[in-house]
Design a protein around this ligand. Sequence first.
Ligand code: B1N
Length: 831
Amino acid sequence: NPPPVIFEDDRTSVTTEGLKRAFYDHLFYTQGKFPEIAGLGDYYQALAHAVRDRTLQRWISSVADHTATAPKTVAYLSAEFLMGPHMGNNLINLGIYDTVKKAVQEIGLDLNELLRQEEEPGLGNGGLGRLAACFIDSLATAEIPAFGYGIRYEYGIFYQTIMDGWQVENTDKWLRHGNPWEIQRAEWAVEVKLGGHTEQYQDDLGRLHVRWAPEKTVAGVPFDSPIVGYKVTTTNTLRLWRAEATEAFDFSQFNRGDYLGAVDKKVTSENLTKALYPNDETVQGKELRLEQQYFFVSCSLQDMLRIHKARGMEPDTFDQKFAIQLNDTHPAIAVAELMRLLIDDNMMPWDQAWGITTRTFSYTNHTLLPEALERWPLDLFKRILPRHLEIIYEINARFLNDVRIKFLGDDSRLARLSLIDESGERYVRMAHLACVGSHTINGVAELHSELLKQDVLKDFYEMWPEKFTNVTNGVTPRRWMVLSNPRLTKLVSETIGEGWITDLPQLSKLEPHAEDSAFRDSWRAIKRANKVDLAALILRRTGVAVSPDSMFDVLVKRIHEYKRQHLAVLHIITLYHRLKSGRSAYTLPRTFIFGGKAAPGYTMAKLMIKLINAVGDVVNNDRDVHDLLKVVFLPNFNVTYGQCVYPGADLSEQISLAGKEASGTGNMKFAMNGALTIGTMDGANIEIRDQVKAENFFLFGHTASEVHDIKASGYRPRDIYEVNAELRAVVDLIQTGFFSRGDTDVFKPIVDNLLDHDPYLLLADYQSYIDCQDVVSDTYREADTWARMSILNSARSGKFSSDRSIAEYAKNIWKVEAVPITLKPEKELYM
Ligand code: B1N
């Protein structure tokens, strides 16, 4: 027998001394450096490893407990997880932020500076990916056993720079310095098939089965990151898959002397998870994208079946142990893949497999935009997933039979509902597959869920009204308040205790304090300090000095015509024009802060960025304006910058055309942090206004139903331009090249589109927006009124915690419960 290993009692101590010791250990043993030659990057890595170590006792305790007791587990399938930096969040959730800050200080370093070293994992485009990140935080905090399953893109969302006012995309090399937050699990790699054909065969008992003979296979290797719940032991797993070649070399090819050919295969396999598609709400229909989707779905389902079997259970109880959420249709192929795994690999009869499948899946829709609906040309689909096409045909045949029974003789309904679009070129409709294969379908805000039933999924609603429900989105207060706004967190916790951090409705206890002038002063001082920080970030990134005494008017989100960033530009030009023509006695000093990325192929969105910058160039440098107006475009808006932007905002712009923004989640982050909203009756804005009350919300614009009517009766934007003199002056300034050194061509696509089509009704909402903005300015001048409203916005934002969203999913959709975990002593976990 080997001699027993002697353990220190507490290898992952969280005392200042213990943390300092761990830091130096990692600097030495992990980084291989000593202080004299170490740089900030080394210090960051040393601290990151020390913090990661402190997640492991909880992580292993959780996994050990889950393995032993096999509780029902959520699998959140998402092509995107926009996590943002891990370190700060882990420090908060582990409850060691202050101690680590002190330990780092005693070493002679600054925690904030170390936190800034982390390259954020930008494995998502925007709201959808960030929602997945908030949800897994809330799942762990609620002590619900859960996996996040996704793709470990080597390049996340591109790094945006601005050159001459135009967006330039650069690759996001987030893995450049390694990722201390992941553990590679090579032993749980799986194989994924692609292409080829199917064949029938008989088993020993003479039963017929189908075999898929693929053209190629790729390996999926899981990379795990701990997702620590807030001040609980539960630590779940984010499992992201990387594609690798099944054989590093094809030896036969290699031996034939075709070295590069053999290596080429390896490179092709690894291309699968190379890059995130940077399109938000538009599909490109690229083969590689379908391969990515299938790849991560197949890896994840194989993994769940492996875990299920390892826990001693048969596939026929799969639905009792896993609830799988489809984050939009990106993972919808999972419906056909689970059927394939159950039928072809586990020899299960169709009906039983279908029962398990439909009891396992639920589907969240995130958009009504037609250009975002995923459909795959049939020939492409068949080329990559021949077996899945057969399964989809069979699902469709049985489904359409049910439709026939329910709606006898309604042939056009059959065509509308079919999983295959046969109106022209034939397509597989992924939303239809998701709807048929799921027991529950939800939208992400009340209005959105209603519109789903009336619009894109109307026929499915009529078929299965009981499947439809709403779960309004939410955001995690741990990252979006505690971590990003420590000043506010301190004041709030001193005032009402710390309960709000996991029970956000408790923020309502702040309401009476809105009438306390000393409290309002503290509240204002915090906003002012946050604005100083934001001004510093803006100066560093844009070179423009902005004053924290001006109103910070912020519009940050992906750039899209339906989000109407250009409507905000029309407002800026309106104010500018009033100033120049001496028609405003006093203009409130305002700083307009924009941020967001445009899809690289979305020409109009890129032109909108150029317009913002062009207007900024003129306005910022015009002496006549006396610094009353500043316009900045903060490049590369991401989670890290969001953490500085939301707390520093006075006004939150949520100005999408009503009926277009499914929910929005930035709107919630702003409100929690005390910004007032100017917004339309769209997405979750409606619910925010309900909560904070109409008098604390700046509402403008047509409603979704008015929008519908305006379009139905033949909308003519040019008529509005003709009769509204101020609007005409504004549009003419752009049109005549005032913001483009006389160049009348650059912005012509925007102007022509607005005057002749204006699909997002900017002109129809223009006057209402301008009038509303005038009210905003008047209100802001009354500092006390504004502070009261700001406090009430925060105090009444309790509904918008992702903890509430997750509680609803858990109870109504997943039927899962909390599994409290007791922290096991390290010694026990070791042996
Ligand atoms: O999902 C968010 C919502 O709050 C937003 O309103 C909504 O716009 C956003 C294809 C999407 N919908 N659809 C996408 C993203 C990437 C992609 O490839 C579609 N993103 C949303 C969270 O519910």
